[in-house]
Write a protein that binds this ligand. Structure first.
Ligand code: SF4
Length: 566
């Protein structure tokens, strides 16, 4: 029996991403404002005083596990900190031009007008990892405690199912489950309010939503996987400040997907490809889709003579408004991508994540003012979201992703209609329900796959890279002597039903070569091998497995990728 030390805080934020960092900073400044007004007699009520605020983060530093394209709409950060640039926010480049390309196998059709949702002039190309690292420093300056290498492993509840904090993961357990000399038990961080901002497919948010039924009456979240590389290219290959989004090659018309190419400073290019994790063909491999994308003549031209310098992959919650769970329960709020705040049509979620965090912070001020941390007070967070510009932005595009599940062309017609009518057209059209990706994947004998999708794809290690090489460029590290953090609940299914029905798609949807089916002399068949130390924490396996038997849980703190500068 492991004894867990208890530490009492006022507010605990799980995950140091943009939503929670903005939330913690805003909470600090809103309390100061509130208390000043009380002191000056300009507001009724009681002063709150100094709160103990903690942010726990599984990465080795703030930003280590943060990955995005990314073009940041500064709307939220400007509200948080109007002088964010003067304060040193490390944006890379201002967007000076943008374009939308439709790619066929060999050709590139440039849209004469960039569709308005993809217009980005005046916004910022950023490394979201760098932005979060900087926001983390701002939090520490404001007196907020940040604990990197502390993964929150479990939600703690009282006898009435109110959330009372989180338990962090134990350290120093070997792969057999025994204590090593450096063993340190996890800590119970008790809090009046816990805020889950773990990003896409948060592992605690998943537990919480299931236990409290926060998804009742909501549609299931649908995800995509973004695979990204940073390249240094010869001067003149691609202009700094240029933003290109692509549709078409290599995705087929039944699969949601598209690419991006962003020009950063010093001839660095951010290039990536998003594949909807609601694809039908079980032979699809999102990492291979990205590699194929780079072989398009127009794309390869940009990368010619350059070299890849970094790699990463992350799931994105692309389904939006209809798939937001209830955002509160007793003692807890959910913010950012964990709660579907991303705008799938604009492929942007940093600003909405930050704003959700700020609205959560304002709600928490009210909770401390009234000493009430139950749903009665915390429900105001959801009301604030629905009265804010988040609603104005996400509600009109509420059907965007579901429309793609009917195929690219019907989605584009739907999107055009909704854009012209500001979402009103969807009020008159049948509502398209989001179907979770694991239900959409077809079996091999359904004939959706010809198995030749990547027949021409070769990894030349100049333009195209295999997964193991890419993982090296993600600087991924885990102590191998620990229990695997990928819990496959029934490996018999892998060796039998899944092999026959889907051809073990985990080998393809994982962008880090974690899953392999290996010949076993013992059983005389192929058995699952899990190379967990390669894991880039994208959560795709937890999302896309057709039998839903893979559970991603937090590994020992500090393990995982290092996305600094990504
Ligand atoms: Fe992503 Fe799962 Fe592979 Fe880890 S094991 S990289 S979470 S798909």
């Amino acid at each position: 029996m492991i004894e867990h030390e208890q530490i009492s805080m006022d507010v605990v934020f799980v995950g140091a991403g943009p939503a929670n960092l903005a939330a913690a900073l805003h909470l600090k400044s809103e309390i100061i404002k509130h208390d000043e007004l009380i002191e000056k007699g300009l507001k009724q009520g009681k002063a709150i005083g100094d709160l103990e605020i903690a942010i726990v983060e599984k990465g080795s530093f703030v930003g280590a596990h943060i990955l995005s394209g990314a073009v940041m709409d500064p709307k939220a950060i400007r509200e948080l900190m109007p002088d964010f640039l003067a304060q040193g926010c490390p944006v890379d480049t201002v967007v000076t031009d943008d374009a939308a390309w439709y790619l066929t196998e060999k050709r590139c059709l440039v849209a004469p007008i960039t569709p308005p949702p993809l217009k980005n002039k005046g916004k910022y190309i950023v490394s979201l990892s760098n932005i979060c690292e900087w926001l983390g420093e701002k939090c520490e300056e404001a007196g907020i405690n940040i604990f990197p290498e502390f993964p929150a492993a479990e939600v703690l509840y009282d006898e009435n199912d109110a959330v009372i904090g989180v338990r962090t993961g134990d350290k120093g357990i070997d792969k057999e489950g025994k204590r090593k000399p450096n063993f340190e038990p996890g800590v119970d961080l008790l809090a009046k309010v816990t805020v889950l901002g773990e990003g896409s497919r948060g592992s605690l948010a998943k537990q919480l939503v299931a236990r409290l039924g926060l998804d009742q009456g909501k549609e299931e979240q649908v995800f995509s996987l973004g695979v990204k590389e940073l390249w240094e290219v010869p001067s003149g290959n691609f202009p700094e400040g240029m933003v290109v989004h692509t549709l078409g090659f290599p995705s087929d018309t039944r699969t949601y997907g598209g690419g991006w190419i962003y020009g950063l400073k010093n001839n660095v290019v951010s290039i990536g490809y998003v594949t909807g994790l609601d694809y039908e063909d079980p032979m699809i491999d999102p990492h291979a889709e990205f590699q194929k994308f780079k072989t398009h003549p127009k794309v390869a031209e940009i990368l010619a003579g350059g070299k890849m310098i970094k790699y990463g992959a992350k799931s994105i919650n692309t389904s939006g408004y209809y798939t937001m769970p209830k955002l509160f329960a007793d003692g807890v709020l959910i913010v950012g991508d964990s709660a579907s705040f991303l705008n799938g049509q604009r492929i942007k979620g940093i600003h909405t994540a930050m704003k959700s965090g700020m609205l959560a912070a304002e709600t928490i001020v009210g909770a401390f003012e009234h000493d009430d941390f139950s749903s009665r007070t915390l429900r105001h967070y959801e009301e604030k979201v629905n009265l804010s510009w988040i609603y104005d932005e996400l509600h009109p595009v509420r059907n965007f992703h579901a429309a793609f599940q009917k195929g690219r062309w019907s989605a584009l017609i739907n999107t055009g209609l909704q854009f012209l009518t500001k979402g009103l057209a969807w009020g008159f059209m049948p509502h398209e329900h989001h179907v979770p990706g694991y239900e959409r994947m077809q079996k091999l004998d359904d004939g959706v796959s010809n198995g030749k999708r990547y027949a021409d794809l070769k990894f030349d290690k100049e333009l195209t890279f295999d997964k193991v090489t890419d993982v090296f460029y993600g600087a991924v590290a885990h102590d191998e002597d620990q229990p695997p953090h990928l819990h496959v609940l029934d490996t018999e299914i892998c060796a039998t039903r899944c092999a026959e029905e889907y051809g073990n798609p985990c080998q393809r949807f994982c962008p880090a070569a974690v899953y392999e089916m290996e010949d076993s002399a013992e059983t005389g068949r192929k058995e699952l091998k899990v190379n967990f130390s390669n894991c880039v924490h994208c959560k795709t396996c937890d999302i896309a497995d057709p039998y839903q038997i893979i559970n991603w849980v937090t590994p020992e703190g500090g393990g995982g990728p290092n996305y600094k500068g990504m």
